[in-house]
Write a protein of this length. Structure first.
Length: 418
């Protein structure tokens, strides 16, 4: 099978998985969430087998959806307890399949929104709600969800199983109509879309450290969400953040395919139209009364976007924004980023002290950029041997070759300075 066929199938599965599951669940209800997922995954496997001989069809997304619906019908026929209902469900699924080529965009969007909000059932913990959205709407693997939460895969697997059972017992899909109920579930929906973007931008994929398709899918879902009357200014702030970060994507990888750090990027490649859109979204996000974590993250990204060069970055302003962000989102990763900003604003010794003071540092034990940050400030403090030791530790934690190349470059610089 050609790599192009595999890449196309994987790209389509990631992009279309949520739409396919949403379409099936619209007909079958939440009680058949597992069946819907099985049908969608079987459709991908069939695509991989079929397309390697015949090539991809002219409309691969429609092919996948038809295949998933047909597989759902097959699975339903095998369930003894549903033989009486099977003909009716088959007719409903067949009607949806018939609509595929000319499916209205708003109808597909409505299906996705209903499933997103259905996954955010108050009976689930906030983290469980986000995990379910990532699994069923965004096509995340258990491994990717565990990476996103800095959790063990076994724990994520158990959480997903319990959450699915809870949602299946609910049966009916959530109707996105009552603004108060929508607002109650919005934080988890935004959180899932945020993590989807992060997986594309800072991903753990062994071969693709930057996955623009995930970033663009998160932006699409964010725009979809922003059209709800109850979406609020925080959703605009989230989209502003996405715009500022996505603007850097053309400069994230060098000609050799290796990751480029912020200090190494050619800012002439940054997408100025996306930056302008980010500024417009950020202005719109200021219409509300609340200051949220997404507002602060977007403001930090805007400071980076405004700097003509890395040397001209307003680190003191970014440090102050991170102080505020830590009050709203006191996580180890935010603490790490705050320590880096503080060290850039106040000097390497201050940065090292801030890194050493991070609470719950054990949650960063498998995160290579924690020892890499320590190494950066040790090098700036004139301690290249200490910096080299930290980078060797970081190299043991890398998740892909691109991260390895970045850290190997820095290690070579430390060794030259020793």
């Amino acid at each position: 099978m050609s790599q192009e066929t595999v890449s196309l199938a994987e790209h389509l599965f990631r992009r279309e998985a949520g739409r396919m599951v949403s379409s099936l669940v619209r007909v079958l209800g939440m009680r058949h969430l597992a069946l819907a997922e099985d049908a969608v995954q079987d459709a991908l496997l069939r695509a991989l087998e079929t397309w390697k001989f015949r090539g991809a069809p002219s409309n691969p997304a429609a092919w996948l959806l038809r295949s998933a619906h047909n597989r759902a019908i097959d699975l339903l026929r095998r369930q003894e307890g549903f033989k009486r209902l099977a003909p009716e469900l088959e007719r409903a699924l067949a009607a949806v399949v018939a609509e595929v080529p000319g499916a209205e965009a708003h109808a597909i969007a409505d299906d996705e929104l209903r499933l997103m909000f259905s996954c955010c059932d108050p009976a689930l913990s906030p983290q469980a709600q986000v995990a379910v959205i990532l699994k069923y709407l965004c096509g995340f693997s258990v491994h990717e969800i565990a990476q996103a939460f800095l959790s063990a895969e076994a724990a994520v697997e158990k959480q997903l199983f319990r959450s699915r059972r809870t949602l299946e017992q609910r049966g009916a899909l959530f109707e996105v109509r009552e603004p108060a109920q929508v607002r109650e579930r919005l934080p988890s929906v935004r959180g899932a879309i945020y993590l989807l973007f992060n997986e594309g931008y800072h991903g753990a994929h062994p071969e693709r450290p930057v996955r623009e398709d995930l970033c663009h899918e998160a932006m699409r879902l964010g725009v979809l969400l922003s059209r709800l009357p109850a979406a609020g200014p925080e959703t605009q702030a989230l989209l502003a953040l996405f715009c500022f970060l996505a603007a850097r994507l053309p400069a994230r990888l060098g000609d050799d395919g290796n990751l480029l750090l912020l200090a190494e990027q050619d800012r002439a490649l940054w997408d100025r139209e996306l930056i302008a859109e980010g500024l417009r979204r950020l202005d719109r996000s200021a219409e509300g009364q609340a200051l949220t974590a997404f507002h602060l993250e977007a403001a930090i990204a805007a400071r980076h976007a405004a700097a003509a060069s890395f040397a001209e970055t307003e680190w003191a302003s970014i440090r102050d924004l991170y102080h505020l962000l830590m009050r709203l989102r006191p996580t180890p990763v935010v603490a790490l980023n705050r320590a880096i900003a503080l060290g850039m604003a106040e000097g390497p010794e201050a940065g090292l002290r801030a890194l050493a003071a991070i609470e719950d540092r054990e949650r960063l034990a498998r995160y290579p950029f924690f020892p890499a940050a320590v190494a950066e400030f040790e090098l700036r403090a004139g301690q290249p041997e200490r910096a080299a030791s930290q980078l060797r530790a970081a190299l043991l934690l890398v998740r892909n070759e691109a991260e390895e190349a970045v850290l190997a470059r820095k290690l070579a610089a430390c060794e030259r300075a020793s």
